[in-house]
Each structure stands twice: as C-alpha cells, then as structure tokens.
Ligand binder design. Structure first.
Ligand code: KG4
Ligand code: ZN
Length: 339
C-alpha cells in the first residue's frame, strides 16, 4: 500500500507523522510546541500561532522528505480549530498533494483524538469516549468502524479551557492543566464549589459556573491557591465523572476511552479506573505523549478514511472552524425532551 504523511495545526502544536498503511506502524513523528510563545499571554494568540506554524512546517516536512516516494496520501486536520492555523496545515498539504500527485485525506481533529487510542495498533474497538481537550468536552459513541454519534457536549467552556482560566486567575502559569494539577497536589482542603448541572436527566457539561466560583473565592481571599486548585480540580472531575457514569449506564460499554489534552490528568485517570472496576469496563487512555495534539493521531485516523476512499483532490480541500456529529439515536428514548 504505502505511507501516509500526516499534518496537525488546529491550535498551537505543529505536528507531522509518517504512518505505514499496511501495519499501522508509525515511522516518524515530530512536533513543535508553541507553549512558550503563548505563555506570556495566558492563552493562544491565533495570528501568532499561525505565523509560528508557517515557520515550523518547512523544517518538519524536510524531515519527511526521505519518505516522499512511498506516499499514497496526505492526511491533514481540516476541522475543527482556529481557521488561521488550520489554513497553514492545509496549504502545506495542498502543496505536497499537488507536487507528489497524491490525494488529500481531510481529518476531523476530534476523530483524530479518538484514534490516539489506537496509534500503532491494528485493531480498533467500539468505545464510549470522554473527549476532554482545550477546545471541546464531549461524550461520544464510536462504533469501531468509523461511525461516531454524540451523547452530549458542553454548554459553555471546555474543561481544558476551565483549567487554563483557573491557572490564569491564580497567576500559576500556562498551559493551565498541568500547572493546576501540580498545585492541587499541595492542597487538600475542599472549599465545596458547587457541582455543575447536578441532575441525572442531563448529560451536558458546563464549566462557567465553576470558573466563577473560583473567581469569587480568589476575590474574597477564601483559601490558599493550592486549596483552590485542589477544590476546582476535584469538582471539575466530579462533574465529568457524574455524566460519564450516566452514559455508562445507558450504553453498557466494554471499553471507555478518555482522550484529549486533559486525559493526561492523573486524578481523572484514577477516577475513571475506579468506575471501570465498578461497571466492569476496560478504560483506555492514550500514551501520555499522544494526549495533546500531534500528527501521529491524524495519520492513524487517516488510514480508515483512505481505505474507504474518503479523500479529496488538493484543490478541493477546505478548512472549517467547527465540526458536528449526529446525536446518538438511542438518547431519544432515555432523554425524550432534550434530544
Ligand atoms: O487536546 P489538546 O492538546 O488541545 C486541544 O485540542 O484543545 O488539549 C489542551 C488542553 C489544555 O487546556 C490544557 O490545559 C489541558 O489540555 N491539559 C490538562 C492537563 N494537561 C493538559 N488539563 C488537566 N490536567 C492535565 N494534566
Ligand atoms: Zn486537540
């Protein structure tokens, strides 16, 4: 068959990969992270990110050059993400596609996160997915052969965004996830922030109330920063777990996957592991190096698309800031008024 060159630039990580179609082997993986450049702004600045992708890609693509003769396709994240950064990856993909005469495989970034569970793995399993990233928080059902439906999403902020904003409010640094997790380890007093959407007939997520509770606690000087980080992390994960548990009761999954940047969080992994023992499912997590955005997951997600012929010609490639999945039909029975 041949090799897929994959490209990721949906946010602030420039990633490429070379994946062999036959056996899913990852032959090359490179990533340039822009964290340092954005840290002084406390968040990603799209135009700066776009410029940094433009300078990073030539270096990374040069490393892929030895594999060019064997390429059978270029997989590229074309949705969802920042339009200006997606565009940088798309331009590179188009140039390669035209120059090498190979098709483009447009990949949904969220689907790529699901495939981060299956990098270098032949077999893909049906899995209930808790997708927790900087841009999204969703419960998805993945049937193992490429079809995905959505059980729920966040009504406002994503969980990763909440971690980032809490870190910023605490003056703790960027990116917020690892910083808050580290700070929380030094805390232990629970300030009792309210549990968002605490009802069993709702599967959605919401993090704006929790974020506000943190802001008020900081303004009133309630609790040391470590205790605030501890209490926020605990309640954010309580919220994720409450909704995940309802989804497990609905779907009785054999496998539950946690993917996206926040899946690196140790407490979250611990708590999903406990749920796994109670409900007898096998938890799946990406290797730590594949939790945040990377080109390897885009290449792995590209294989079934190429095999199905879901490709476009280089000139047809478009980027989209948003994506959507159909709602899971089995929800209508259980949540008739909401879905
Ligand atoms: O998936 P990702 O790399 O980018 C998007 O697709 O959005 O996720 C980045 C998010 C950031 O919000 C970051 O703060 C969060 O993942 N994150 C964490 C941890 N490591 C990264 N959140 C909580 N705990 C962590 N250890
Ligand atoms: Zn991501």
């Amino acid at each position: 068959m041949g090799l897929i060159l994959s490209i990721e630039s949906s946010c602030d990580d420039t990633g490429v990969g070379i994946t062999r179609v036959e056996d899913r082997a990852l032959l090359l993986h490179r990533k340039i992270s822009q964290e340092g450049a954005h840290s002084k702004y406390g968040g990603v600045v799209p135009e700066l990110a776009s410029r940094l992708h433009a300078t990073a890609f030539p270096k990374l693509i040069e490393e892929c050059r030895p594999y060019f003769p064997e390429l059978v396709g270029v997989a590229v994240t074309n949705r969802p993400g920042l339009a200006v950064t997606l565009q940088q990856g798309a331009i590179v993909a188009q140039a390669l596609g035209i120059g090498l005469g190979v098709p483009i495989i447009p990949v949904d970034h969220l689907v790529a996160h699901i495939y981060s569970l299956f990098i270098e793995k032949e077999e893909v399993k049906p899995v209930l997915v808790l997708l927790v990233s900087g841009g999204h928080t969703k419960l998805l059902w993945f049937n193992g052969i490429g079809e995905i439906c959505e059980l729920s999403s966040t009504l406002d902020d994503s969980v990763g965004e909440a971690f980032d904003k809490v870190a910023k409010m605490l003056g703790a640094g960027y990116p917020g996830g690892p910083v808050v997790e580290e700070l929380a380890r030094k805390g232990g007093r629970d300030l009792g922030f309210p549990l968002p959407l605490n009802r069993r007939d709702r599967l959605d997520f919401s993090f704006s109330g929790l974020k506000n509770a943190v802001r008020l606690a900081i303004e009133k000087g309630e609790g040391a920063p470590a205790d605030i980080a501890y209490s926020f992390q605990k309640r954010a994960i309580d919220h994720l777990l409450q909704k995940l548990e309802i989804a497990i009761q609905l779907t009785s999954p054999q496998f539950v996957g946690v993917v996206g940047g926040v899946s690196a969080n140790k407490l979250l992994r611990e708590r999903v592991g406990e749920l796994g023992k109670r409900y007898r499912f096998t938890p799946l997590y990406p290797e730590l190096k594949w939790c945040s955005d990377n080109g390897a997951m885009v290449g792995r997600a590209g294989i079934p698309l190429l095999e199905r012929g879901d490709v476009v010609s280089p000139t047809q490639l478009k980027v989209y800031p948003r994506t959507s999945f159909p709602k899971c039909s089995f929800l209508r029975k259980n949540f008739p008024s909401k879905n």
